[in-house]
Design a protein around this ligand. Structure first.
Ligand SMILES: Cc1ncc(COP(=O)(O)O)c(C=O)c1O
Length: 377
């Protein structure tokens, strides 16, 4: 049997109750997608979605090449200027996805002799990017300033021992994708300053949701000018696809020269670009949706459940149900009652921290949420 080695690995996954499978979404109340504000229009065929569809007509589905060859366009450049201006930064560079942005950036940011310190709960795209590069990488405890300081001290000491002039980078998410909690960015900026480290912040789950205009955590906490790079992804609240890295013009020039996931790939097509542009036009007008979301968050936070809840003040709410089988069984039971709730299992999260990842949206009603809570009590 030629592929027995693959089957063996799949069998192991199956025995752990962690075999991944593709499934099609059934019509259910959406407590699972990252379409926080409803902009993707999958969940509700609202007026905005219809108008966007109209405008999509006639736009090309192909960009014909890499941005560095035939794939560049006035539209892409204009959208990058708009992104930079919205995020109060000198420059922005588009990538095809958040995964590409993180791997592209983190694989080339540090060289041998440099240190990358990253939050231990960082998204796979952050960890994969770091693994592709040559810097020494150390995780620090999740959202722990003490742990970060201790790693910064060690990295500084290592540089002194090597008599080297290496750089230190600190990487975090602003809103964590699995736990929904927020990084202590103000303190992080302060310690990065103290130890001469560069801060990189992934704002994937903050864009559109946090801040008066949905500008994300960095601007809303007024630390954006102190960040070397910020990553905004468009597959979540923006309801589109793609990502951008925001920072200095030098960073942009560096990335378009060295980031392989930018150079060696076909650029985003106009249909994708227009989706990003719409999201940025809509974000400032969606204060009512953000307020509604916050109302849902406090309803959920106040609910008494039989299971442990993660301490999150964002649209991502985790309910810990240890064990792959147990969490999957519970998710299936709730799905049968009409709620699209998904389990997140080991190895995506540590053993014992398996959970239901409940995502709240601007289009969920308080009544729907109360019904869902009823299934968790
Ligand atoms: C924190 C974080 N960064 C990056 C990504 C990747 O973004 P994309 O889906 O656009 O590839 C995700 C997606 O799950 C994420 O949660």
């Amino acid at each position: 049997m030629k592929e027995a080695f693959l089957e063996k690995k799949l069998e192991e996954r199956k025995n752990e109750g962690a075999l991944r499978k593709l499934s099609l979404r059934k019509e259910m109340m959406d407590f699972c997608s990252n379409d926080y504000l409803g902009l993707a229009g999958i969940s509700r065929n609202n007026g905005y979605y219809q108008s966007q569809q109209l405008l999509l007509e006639g736009l090309s589905h192909g960009s014909t090449g890499s941005r560095l060859l035939s794939g560049n366009s006035v539209m892409a450049e204009n959208i990058e200027s708009m992104i930079a201006s919205f995020h109060d930064a000198p420059a922005a560079l588009l990538f095809n996805s958040g995964y590409d942005a993180n791997t592209g950036l983190l694989s080339v940011l540090g060289k041998k002799g440099d240190y990358i310190l990253y939050d231990k709960l960082s998204h796979a795209s952050i960890r994969d990017g770091i693994r592709l590069g040559y810097a020494t990488a150390w995780p620090f405890e999740h959202n722990s300033i003490e742990s970060l300081i201790s790693k910064l001290k060690n990295a500084r000491q290592a540089h002194l021992n090597d008599a080297g002039e290496g750089e230190i980078f600190v990487v975090t998410e602003s809103v964590f994708s699995m736990d929904g909690d927020i990084a202590p960015l103000v303190e992080m900026v302060e310690v990065c300053d103290r130890y001469g480290a560069h801060l990189v912040v992934d704002e994937a789950h903050a864009l559109g949701i946090i801040g008066e205009r949905g500008e994300g955590c960095c601007q809303s906490f007024d630390v954006h000018a102190k960040c070397m790079a910020r990553i905004y992804t468009y597959g979540k609240a923006a309801g589109a696809h793609g990502a951008a890295i925001v920072g200095s013009t030098i960073l942009k020039e560096y990335l378009l020269n060295f980031a392989r996931s930018f150079i060696y790939t076909t650029a985003l097509p106009p249909v994708s670009l227009i989706g990003i542009q719409y999201a940025y036009e809509r974000f400032p007008q969606m204060g009512k949706e953000r307020m509604h979301l916050h109302k849902l968050i406090s309803i959920f936070r106040d609910a008494v459940l039989v299971h442990e809840k993660l301490d999150s003040n964002t649209a991502i709410q985790g309910v810990i149900v240890p064990g792959n089988y147990t969490v999957r069984l519970l998710a299936e039971k709730i799905q049968d009652a009409g709620f699209d709730v998904r389990p997140v299992m080991y190895p995506s999260v540590p053993k014992g921290k398996e959970r239901l990842r409940i995502v709240l949206h601007a289009y969920n009603t308080p009544q729907e949420l109360e019904m869902l809570i009823g299934h968790l009590q």
